[in-house]
Design a protein around this ligand. Structure first.
Ligand SMILES: Cc1ncc(COP(=O)(O)O)c(C=O)c1O
Length: 430
């Protein structure tokens, strides 16, 4: 798929999509609101919230023989299969944790402690959940931590800068699928290919938390050993991270009850409701796919749905940047800077980093909220963004992250409000 300016959903479908989510146009108090902070937690599908409540209301233990227990087992088995649908994963183990960070720390630990080697490789754009896990185990196990630099032009990390750090003594390569600061996608397929050309049996883990709700993941094309997603950033509910481990990674020694199988990762009671949420997410993406293809195959429907989501989001991104119908986009608005603004939109998820002249980012966030818009600042004093921003030589930015359930009218309103704020600031400054 290479439509460089994206394709919007038909208008009627956009309305149906909006209706499937909670609070897209108004907050829970009924106030009009543009929620453009989906990188911090996405709009929730009504069906996911309902399914969570329905399943979680059952008191039954899933490890019993009774009818309701068997229903819970099925919900969990279906959700587990749907994690594989999202990733196009075969075999291996699916592992549920309370957060994506928890899952990542466990995967990194298992590889770091059990695979020989003297170094571990990662990038400066990682979220602390993987970067800090690698730092911790590198120190504890006396391994060198090698960190690939970012590219301020693309907002990502170049393949050559990552694979150049790998050698026969690399225990683990950990890479983020897309940056949650710049939205830049890393070329995971090429990274995996080139890393394995250097060390065929290298262990690779991928943080797909940011990218999974915005584009296709295909582990058959990018074979890795561990990958995680966060349902709450993927139209689902908080309190859940889902990871998948390859057969060989799943069998590495890890925390587990002694009587469980060697490749079993869940520790203690499972939460079937969280798996019900994953199934609702996949049902929804497949429903979008069904608007465009007649296939009955679940993965094919999912692929079509997520590709259409990607195209719609790209079209929104293009409109944000370039404007339309006589309305200037962010690139052309006086007093606005778009950071890390790589031309090729096919390499970007729908996240923007902007700044407004004469206005501190934290203050801009307040100005936006006064006008009914939720965005958030990523500043170098935050543990969640310091390393990434410094790598780009940026002090901070306002992060703007809409979702595919937003419409062109939402984008236009955001541009209008941004212009208002910028004008107000230039009047104050003069
Ligand atoms: C890219 C990325 N990875 C990992 C995480 C960690 O997710 P969680 O807070 O569920 O541990 C986040 C959360 O912000 C993220 O954006």
């Amino acid at each position: 798929m290479n439509n460089d300016q994206g394709i919007l959903f038909p208008e009627a479908l956009t309305r149906e999509i909006k209706d499937r989510f909670h609070y897209v146009d108004r907050d829970m108090n009924g106030r009009e609101r543009l929620f453009f902070d989906n990188a911090g937690g996405s709009f929730r599908l009504k069906s996911a919230v309902e399914r969570f409540a329905q399943i979680d209301a059952l008191p039954d233990c899933p490890e019993r023989i009774h009818e309701m227990s068997r229903l819970l087992q099925k919900v969990q088995a279906d959700g587990t299969a749907d994690v594989r649908t999202i990733l196009n994963a075969q075999g291996g183990s699916v592992y549920a944790s309370l957060t994506a960070s928890g899952g990542m720390f466990d995967m990194v630990r298992a590889v770091a402690e059990n695979i020989p080697g003297t170094n571990m490789v990662t990038t400066t754009l990682e979220h602390p959940s993987s970067f800090d896990a690698l730092t911790l185990y590198a120190q504890r196990l006396d391994k060198e931590l090698r960190v690939a630099k970012s590219n301020p032009v693309t907002g990502g990390v170049d393949v050559a800068d990552i694979v150049g750090l790998i050698d026969q003594d690399t225990t683990l390569l950990s890479v983020i699928y897309a940056s949650n600061i710049s939205g830049a996608k890393l070329d995971i397929q090429e990274i995996v290919k080139q890393a394995r050309a250097i060390k065929p049996d290298i262990y690779i883990v991928v943080d797909a938390v940011q990218h999974a709700p915005h584009g296709l993941i295909d582990l058959q094309k990018t074979p890795v050993d561990g990958i995680n997603i966060a349902p709450y950033k993927f139209f689902g509910c908080r309190g859940s991270g889902m990871s998948w481990l390859s057969d060989r990674a799943a069998r590495l020694p890890h925390h587990k009850l002694a009587a469980k199988n060697v490749d079993f990762w869940d520790l203690g009671s499972s939460a079937p409701a969280q798996f019900g949420v994953v199934t609702e997410i996949v049902n929804y993406v497949c429903w979008i796919g069904s608007q465009f293809t007649g296939s009955a195959d679940r993965r094919e429907l999912f692929v079509c749905g997520i590709e259409r989501i990607e195209l719609h989001e790209r079209a929104l991104l293009a409109r944000m940047l370039n404007g339309s119908d006589g309305r200037s986009g962010l690139r052309h608005l006086d007093g606005i800077k778009v950071f890390l603004d790589y031309e090729d939109l096919t390499k970007r998820d729908l996240i923007l980093a902007i700044g407004i002249d004469n206005l501190e980012h934290a203050q801009a966030v307040r100005e936006y909220e006064k006008r009914g818009v939720i965005v958030y600042e990523r500043v170098s004093s935050s543990l969640y963004s310091k390393r990434m921003l410094e790598s780009f030589d940026l002090e901070g930015a306002i992060r703007v992250s809409p979702l595919h359930c937003n419409s062109v009218a939402d984008v236009d309103r955001f541009l209008h409000i941004t212009r208002q704020i910028s004008l107000a600031m230039s009047v104050e400054a003069s």
